[in-house]
Write a protein that binds this ligand. Structure first.
Ligand code: NAD
Length: 432
């Protein structure tokens, strides 16, 4: 992890760069896989599964017998932990349900919004480097609360052509039954286009590596909605003297182990903190099983020393991290200065892993600077909001002249008439 002292504003764009695959090549791969799957359906999906995941599958759908077998393999303490996390995620997402507020904007003119679930949702559960069964909870729970009728789950198979038992347990716990052993671009293409085995979804959800993210963006161009660009994980930690360097190091490593393309950034006002955190990273890294992944991610990570924490916050807003830890004195008072971040963790005890698994917030969050203009997944992501209005006769009489004048000025006479014919009949006494 390279250190930069008081980097000038001109350096910020370079320092905020994430590691990306050349997108022209990537987009070509995505397009050609989509086109093949459109023509050849599941046969093509299986071909890419063999190519990228190294397994030959006869059927993509996970059978009931496979689920039952898998459930026996999940240890009781893991089942209990998944249940605890699911409870918190459910409580937090249920609290996002809104009661429709009916507003009288003008006397006799009532407006409100109603939520309706998106019918078919496709949830992608990453599984390339680690089987992220926690993502099943993060996506299926809000989908169920919203009332989505079809939840289609895709996740890459392991070398034996199976899904991790914990993924299947989490799916069973959250009531997901349409589960397919397919990952990467081919999974996103199948859920976008629909195949003879995998149903088409109205909206696609879920994090994934750069291939998955690029495929989701292409799906969007084809007219299928997506949640957000949730690519390789990132963490930015802002730390002052009040931090514990061991805690900071553990958090940075926790995100670095996601993938070689992950990025972690330490922002501080003290070179001593950089030295202490770097040494703690070395110590803690030595015993991590995913050391090579961590090392690759750290190559693309940095420590930035600014004169003040306030300047560090300015950089953080520029970078727009997926996860932001404020390991600073009075962290909560710093919150109003945070403009761009997917999810914020306040103080020394709010480790990022809590949000990844079990505190209740969603871990599907915008990466690569998209926290500037996207929110993470929430209950709202699974519904459409329909606006409704009701005008009484008095309401139309009150508001009608305004509409008539505006329609006339836009030269849309039929629009004006829709008001005028009503007002005329009301004036004639045809209606009460
Ligand atoms: P993944 O399931 O996203 O990707 C695995 C698939 O990638 C494979 O099945 C394969 O089909 C495909 N693939 C691999 N190499 C390829 C190549 N050269 N060309 C085309 N396709 C290829 O699993 P992963 O790789 O472990 O990545 C998970 C990602 O999700 C990580 O980058 C992690 O940081 C990220 N993540 C993000 C969030 C978020 O909210 N942003 C949350 C959790 C995880």
């Amino acid at each position: 992890m390279k250190t930069y002292l008081n980097p000038s504003q001109e350096q910020w764009p370079t320092l905020a760069q994430r590691q990306t695959v050349a997108s022209a090549d990537l987009n070509e791969t995505v397009k050609s896989i989509f086109s093949d799957i459109e023509k050849n359906g599941s046969k093509a999906v299986k071909k890419y599964t063999q190519y990228f995941d190294g397994v030959t599958l006869e059927n993509l759908k996970v059978t009931t017998a496979e689920i039952e077998k898998a459930l026996t393999k999940v240890p009781a303490d893991l089942k209990k932990a998944i249940q605890t996390a699911a409870g918190n995620i459910k409580r937090f997402h249920q609290s996002q349900q809104e009661i429709a507020k009916k507003i009288e904007t003008t006397s006799g003119v009532f407006c409100w919004r109603e939520s309706r679930a998106i019918n078919s949702v496709g949830i992608y559960i990453p599984g390339g480097t680690a089987p992220l069964f926690s993502t099943v909870l993060m996506l299926a729970i809000p989908a169920q609360i919203a009332g989505c009728k079809n939840i289609i789950l895709c996740s890459p198979p392991d070398k034996n052509g199976e899904l991790n038992p914990a993924i299947l347990y989490a799916a069973q716990l959250t009531g997901v039954t349409q589960i397919y052993k397919v990952g990467g671009i081919q999974a996103i293409a199948a859920m976008t286009l629909g195949t003879d085995e995998i149903p088409k979804a109205d909206k696609l959800f879920g994090p994934g590596n750069q291939f998955v993210t690029a495929a989701k963006q292409y799906a969007q161009q084809l007219g299928t909605a997506i949640d957000l660009p949730a690519g390789p994980s990132e963490l930015l930690v802002i730390a002052d003297d009040s931090c514990d360097p061991d805690f900071v190091a553990s958090d940075l490593l926790s995100q670095a182990e996601h993938g070689g393309d992950s990025q972690v950034i330490l922002v501080t006002n003290s070179e001593t903190i950089v030295a202490k955190v770097t040494s703690a990273i070395e110590q803690q890294k030595a015993v991590l099983p995913r050391q090579s992944v961590v090392e690759k991610a750290l190559e693309n990570s940095r420590a930035l020393v600014f004169e003040t924490i306030q300047k560090g916050i300015e950089f953080s807003n520029f970078y727009a991290p997926e996860h932001l830890i404020l390991a600073v004195e009075d962290a909560e008072n710093m919150l109003p200065f945070i403009e761009n971040a997917g999810s914020v963790f306040l103080g020394n005890y709010s480790c990022e892993s809590a949000g990844d698994y079990a505190s209740g917030t969603n871990h599907t969050l915008p990466t690569n600077g998209f926290a500037k203009n996207y929110s993470g997944v929430s209950l709202d992501s699974f519904v459409k909001k329909i606006t409704v209005q009701k005008l009484t006769s008095k309401g139309l009489q009150n508001l009608g002249p305004t509409i008539e004048i505006m329609a006339e000025a836009e030269q849309l006479t039929a629009h004006r008439n829709a008001v005028s014919v009503r007002l005329q009949k009301l004036q004639n006494g045809d209606y009460n």
